[in-house]
Design a protein around this ligand. Sequence first.
Ligand code: ADP
Length: 307
Amino acid sequence: MNKLKVFCPATIANVSCGFDVLGLALESVGDEMVVKKIDEPTIRISKITGQTLPLDTHKNVAGVAGLAFLEKSDYAGGFEIEIHKKIKPGSGIGSSAASSSAAVWAMNQLLNQPFTKTELVQFAMQGEKLASDVAHADNVAPAIYGGFTLVRSYQPLDIVPIPTPEQLYATVIHPQIEIKTADSRKILKTNITLANGIKQWGNVGGLIAGLFTSDYELIGRSLEDHIIEPIRSILIPGFDDVKKTVIKSGALGCGISGSGPSIFALSKGEKIAQIVAKSMATVYQTIGLDFDVHVSKICSTGIKSIS
Ligand code: ADP
C-alpha cells in the first residue's frame, strides 16, 4: 500500500471539567487527508483545499507532526500530504489536531504500524505545539484512539481510553468568530483555589464513572467547570444564554468546546440533540451572529481510512 485516504475527526477537548486531560471524537464532522509514500526522506504538503493554510512543512501542523514521526522511524523515504479542510482553524473543535493526528496515523498504517497509539499521540502533539505553543494531547488523543480519552499523565504520557455510552450524542455550535487557542490560554490563571479543585476533581471522577456505567444523569451532573469556563466564557457572545436554553431543551450538560468559541452539549439520543441544535441556533439568530451547528454521534473508531 502506497497511498491512503483518511477521515480526520473533529474533537471536543476539555469536556467541561477536564481541562487539558479529557476529549472526545466526533463521527460526522471532520477533514479528509490523502497521504502517499515518496522516495525522498521528507514531508511535502502538496495541496490544501477548504481553508488557506501554509504549505510549508514547518508551518503546517501535519508537516511538523510528520517530521517528528520520520525522525523516530527507520523508513528511508518520506510522505506527500493532501489536506481537505472542513474544520475551520480557531473554531475550538480541533482543526489542528485533525491534521496532525491524521498525518501520523496514516503514515503508521502505510508502514505497517511500527508505532503504538501513544507514540503517535506524542508525534501529533508536536503539531499542537506549533498551533498553540503548548503540546497538549486532549484533542489528538481522542482523534487517534476514538471515543473519549483521558490523559491521566503527560510525563510520562499515559492515555486511558474511556467507553462511550451508546446513546450519547454531541451538538456543537460554532459562532463565526475566531479565537486562537494560544490567545485563550493566555487569559487563564495559573493558580486555583482548593475549593474549586475539590469541585473539579469530583466532577472528573463523576464523568468517568458515568461514562463507564452509561449513567446519563451522572454524566450530566458532572459536566460542570468551575475553573476555566468562568474565565473563557466571557470571550464567547451569548454563552450564558446558550447554556440556559440547551439545558431547558433537555441536554445533559453544556460547556465550551476546547478553547472556544464553539459550544458543545451532550444529550441522550439523537432526537434531543437535534432539539438542542435548534435552541442553540435560536440564540445566535437573536444575537445576529452567523454560526454553523452540528449534531454527531461520538466517533468510536477515531481516524479511519476511507475510499
Ligand atoms: P484549533 O483549536 O481549531 O486547532 P487553533 O486556534 O489552535 O485552532 O488554530 C490553529 C492554528 O494552527 C492556526 O494558526 C493555523 O494557521 C495553524 N495551522 C497550521 N497547520 C494547520 C492545519 N493543517 N490545520 C489547522 N490549522 C493549522
